[in-house]
Write a protein that binds this ligand. Structure first.
Ligand code: SF4
Ligand code: SF4
Length: 166
């Protein structure tokens, strides 16, 4: 019992530290404040239409609460990028750290509302094809950091090609 309490306390402390101090976090202070003040209601929602199926959320989830599920019919989003699977969240395992939202490229790369969890921070149904043509909004070092967690780096490769051809 003592051990269980210790694990819970450690988990809470780690999450608080992540939300407040993680300098490598992508989520802006406004969203962090919303999380801390409980103004974002946790949901198990994933906006599957706008999700690009990159699995970044799954790869960063500290509790393995996200599983990628195969789509019956894959969707081609742009040349070289096919959406083949989408995430499903197990709300019993989720600890509401919102790292998945942090690393969702819709939010992290393009500054649109992430398609996962805090769905009340803006329009969650952007036109994905149009959005993928937009310029990336983050610095190169953050881009490199985030790309480590994305399974499909087609967007990043395309950006690099565009930069190289200038
Ligand atoms: S908020 Fe996202 S990353 Fe954090 S535990 Fe829940 S599903 Fe995983
Ligand atoms: S990180 Fe965002 S775009 Fe990528 S699979 Fe998860 S919800 Fe979809």
């Amino acid at each position: 019992m003592k051990n269980l309490v210790r694990i819970m306390l450690e988990g809470t402390y780690t999450n608080l530290k992540r939300i407040l101090f993680a300098s490598d976090r992508v989520t802006d202070m406004e969203l962090r404040s919303k999380i801390l003040e409980g103004r974002i209601v946790p949901t198990d929602k994933v906006a599957t239409e706008s999700c690009i199926g990159c699995a970044g959320c799954k790869n960063v989830c500290p509790t393995s609460a996200i599983e990628m599920v195969k789509l019956e019919t894959p969707v081609e989003l742009m040349e070289g990028l096919v959406k083949e699977e989408i995430p499903v969240i197990d709300s019993l395992k989720c600890v509401n750290c919102y790292y998945c939202h942090d690393f969702c490229p819709l939010y992290a790369l393009f500054g649109e509302a992430g398609t996962i969890h805090p769905n009340d921070v803006g329009d969650v149904n952007p036109d994905v094809r149009e959005m993928l043509e937009k310029p990336v909004k983050i610095s190169d070092d953050k881009l490199a950091y985030i790309s480590k967690f994305l399974s499909d780096t087609a967007i990043l490769r395309k950006r690099q090609d565009q930069e190289n051809s200038k």
